[in-house]
Design a protein around this ligand. Structure first.
Ligand SMILES: CC(C)(COP(=O)(O)OP(=O)(O)OC[C@H]1O[C@@H](n2cnc3c(N)ncnc32)[C@H](O)[C@@H]1OP(=O)(O)O)[C@@H](O)C(=O)NCCC(=O)NCCS
Length: 168
């Protein structure tokens, strides 16, 4: 357990199948193209390359954020990360990202990458804070509005820097 500045006690732990309905709720509140619930069930229970974490606050809040990473050889692909709208700007995504990247590093990940909407300046600011840089553009990547995706990469991963970003 560690504190975030508001005094809200948030702990990070591995996602379980029981978390999936709540995680899906947060996904729907956060993305215009949410994953179906079955995708989360697959990641948690069947994908050996997945690394899935949640941020949990004391009841009644419960799970307030999640991250799913795919670790393939030395690459960590950040597949999704979101925080419930009522719990944003409290440092929860920063902690999830630092934790997820460190967990991936322990499994051999040495670089990380992700796609982010060009309009999603909040997420881009967070990734920039971690040292991610824009590496390319995937034109018309998103199927709802054909928005472009920026490809952002962190290479190499510096575990000491991630540990600095981890505390609440
Ligand atoms: C992006 C998201 C995950 C950030 O979650 P969060 O818990 O609010 O983020 P944090 O409080 O940990 O903020 C970490 C850093 O991100 C940046 N950031 C986060 N929200 C921001 C905003 N609205 N505007 C500008 N910068 C922002 C800041 O650099 C912030 O550090 P600071 O608070 O010390 O300035 C959250 O806004 C979200 O769930 N959005 C919808 C889903 C999404 O876009 N996911 C990313 C897909 S690529």
């Amino acid at each position: 357990m560690s504190d975030v500045p508001t005094g809200l006690d948030v702990r990070l732990r591995a996602m379980t199948l029981e978390d999936v309905p709540r995680v899906h709720e947060i996904d729907v509140l956060s993305f215009s193209l949410p994953w179906p619930e079955r995708s989360y069930r697959f990641e948690v229970s069947q994908n050996p390359n997945a690394s899935c974490w949640v941020a949990e606050a004391p009841a009644p809040a419960g799970v307030v954020g999640m991250i799913v990473n795919w670790i393939i050889l030395d690459e960590i692909h950040i597949a999704t990360i979101a925080v419930h709208p009522a719990y944003r700007r409290l440092g929860i995504a920063r902690r999830l990202l630092a934790h997820g990247l460190l967990a991936g590093y322990e499994r051999g990940g040495r670089l990380a990458y992700l796609e982010v909407r060009v309009s999603n300046t909040a997420a881009q600011a967070m990734y920039a804070r971690f040292g991610f840089t824009v590496d390319g553009l995937r034109p018309r990547y998103y199927q709802d509005n054909f928005e472009d995706a920026l490809l952002m990469t962190l290479n190499p991963i510096d575990p000491a820097r991630l540990r600095e970003l981890q505390p609440g």
